[in-house]
Design a protein around this ligand. Structure first.
Ligand code: BEZ
Length: 405
């Protein structure tokens, strides 16, 4: 009897050891499930953002906004503890493919969140398509990401370059402007932003008298400002962001152009930059999907929570990062976890966010449908002058997902 019990005990012990070994092997292969059906292995999130260079401040805000949303959910997504892999994109399109491959196949992340720069996005979207890894774009506006390059596993929580610029075309015309000069960095975001403004402005009957481009990320604008003064347009529409936006607005003011020519832009021109631009930004008119003064409960709670956590006020970039985190958390909850990617994607498509920017839902191409606000800088704030376009959707031209719906 005693012998039988001892044999039974040792069989039980052997079984327990076998299960433990199996669990270790499965966890190593990335497939371990606990008794509730949830995967034990951490949920790995690759953050591919610029932590250096002209867009470093934008990258930092997105990272903090994203991490805040995940922290509010107990640092877990769909019941799995989160582990971050952070990679500096340097806003360098030339390194983007290698960097993305490192995250996806080297670090084996479950999702990538990034980037800021449209050129970097082009490479990341291509790798995401090849590998099937979930990609959430928390800034880069590259139109193609949710048009001809759209994919089931690619979502964006920010904007397409077309979205904030197109409504400014009509606004400019309604303000009486007929002859406008445009100026931007010569790369995807600058070119697409200017094209969208042109589309909106010419549709009303306005004329673009000159398009000026400077290399990214150059911030020497004197020669172009002299040319603008000699053209004497009614208004100038520009795309610059981060450090370039600070420099451009200061130079514009120092050259005295603000006295005779109205300065217009997509809202990145005065976003996260107002402290550094100071007096020079007063009166600048922009269109964007956020304003710090939006009087909603969501915006108040978000702004105060961010300030408490990080000791500074958030900007649009932080909102876009926060919404990327919320999208992931809310969708994983609705899908009952992260194990089944098709289910997770279906939940992401259905998710509607009550964002600090206002309501956000996703188009068939996975791009946000959202309000575009007309803003004017007054006393160091982007004050809302009205809604330039209510719940604007990108056309999604060429996206197979749009045709499929
Ligand atoms: C872009 O490259 O897509 C971009 C960068 C900064 C602000 C807005 C757009």
């Amino acid at each position: 009897m005693l012998n039988e019990q001892a044999t039974e005990r040792s069989r039980g012990a052997l079984k327990a050891i076998a299960f433990a070994v199996l669990a270790i092997i499965l966890a190593g292969c990335g497939g371990g499930e606990n008794s509730g059906g949830a995967v034990d292995r951490p949920y790995k999130i690759g953050l591919m953002l610029p932590y250096s260079g002209t867009y470093a401040q934008l990258g930092e805000m997105i990272k903090q906004g994203f991490e805040m949303a995940i922290a509010e959910a107990g640092d877990s997504v769909g019941g799995r503890a989160v582990r971050y892999v952070r990679l500096d994109s340097e806003a360098d399109a030339g390194r983007a493919t290698r960097n993305m491959q490192q995250l996806v196949t080297g670090d084996n992340v479950d999702v990538v969140v990034g980037p800021v720069h449209s050129g970097v996005a082009m490479a990341m979207v291509r790798v995401a398509q090849q590998e099937g890894t979930l990609l959430i774009i928390p800034n880069a506006g590259l139109d193609a990401a949710t048009r001809e390059l759209c994919a089931p596993n690619v979502f964006r929580t920010s904007f397409s370059n077309w979205q904030p610029a197109y409504p400014m075309g009509r606004t400019a015309y309604e303000r009486g402007h007929r002859r406008v000069v445009t100026m931007a960095w010569r790369y995807g975001a600058g070119q697409e932003t200017v094209a969208a403004f042109r589309e909106g402005f010419e549709a009303q009957g306005g004329e673009i008298v000159r398009e000026i481009f400077v290399p990214f990320p150059e911030v020497a604008f004197q020669a172009q400002l002299t040319e603008i003064a000699s053209l004497s347009p009614d208004a100038v529409f520009v795309f610059f962001a981060g450090g370039g936006a600070v420099q451009f607005v200061r130079d514009w003011h120092a050259a005295g152009l603000h006295r005779s020519i109205e300065l217009l832009g997509s809202g990145f021109l005065t976003e996260g930059t107002l402290n550094a631009q100071g007096e020079a930004a007063e009166g600048v008119l922009t269109t964007l999907h956020y304003s710090e003064v939006l009087d909603t409960e969501e915006n108040r709670v978000f702004r105060e929570g961010f300030r408490e956590r990080y000791g500074r006020w958030p900007d649009l970039y932080a909102v876009q990062g926060y919404d990327a985190g919320r999208l992931l958390v809310e969708s994983a909850e609705a899908a009952g976890g992260t194990q089944d990617q098709a289910r997770l994607i279906a939940a992401m498509e259905r998710t509607e966010l009550q964002s600090p920017r206002g309501p956000v839902r996703f188009s068939a191409a996975h791009n946000p449908i959202q309000n575009i606000y007309l803003r004017e800088v007054r006393n160091g704030q982007n004050v809302v002058r009205g809604i330039a376009h209510e719940m604007l959707a990108d056309p999604g031209t060429g996206c197979r997902l749009v045709q499929g719906r």
